[in-house]
Design a protein around this ligand. Structure first.
Ligand code: SF4
Ligand code: SF4
Length: 99
């Protein structure tokens, strides 16, 4: 029965069930000189949580680290190896529910 309910949920619904314990310091830093010349901005399109967002008149994405799902996709997708990512400090970050 749990499986049937899961199939009805959208990705957004599932994301809404996650719990985040927000750190007051980011665990993600960008090497800005690399972002400035990056044409593809893959991080914006690959992150499932919308952590990276390009504001008007900027070549460097803003990083909304508090929404990070800790999936690792951004580090693989960045062609410039410009993302310095470390695990959030103990007890902080996303909490997943299993079962
Ligand atoms: S993090 Fe990587 S993909 Fe994103 S803008 Fe910077 S260099 Fe480009
Ligand atoms: S680890 Fe995943 S959720 Fe976190 S910023 Fe990278 S792609 Fe987004």
């Amino acid at each position: 029965m749990g499986d049937i309910d899961d199939k009805k949920q959208s990705v957004e619904d599932k994301l809404a069930t996650l719990k985040f314990i927000c750190d007051n310091e980011t665990h993600i830093a960008l090497i800005k000189d690399k972002c400035r010349v990056c044409k593809d901005k893959n991080c914006i399109y690959f992150c499932p949580a919308g952590v990276y967002a390009l504001e008007t008149n900027s070549d460097i994405p803003d990083v909304h680290y508090e929404n990070c799902l800790e999936c690792g996709t951004c580090r693989i997708s960045c062609p410039m190896e410009a993302i310095e990512w470390k695990s959030p400090k103990g007890g902080k970050g996303v909490r997943y529910r299993f079962g």
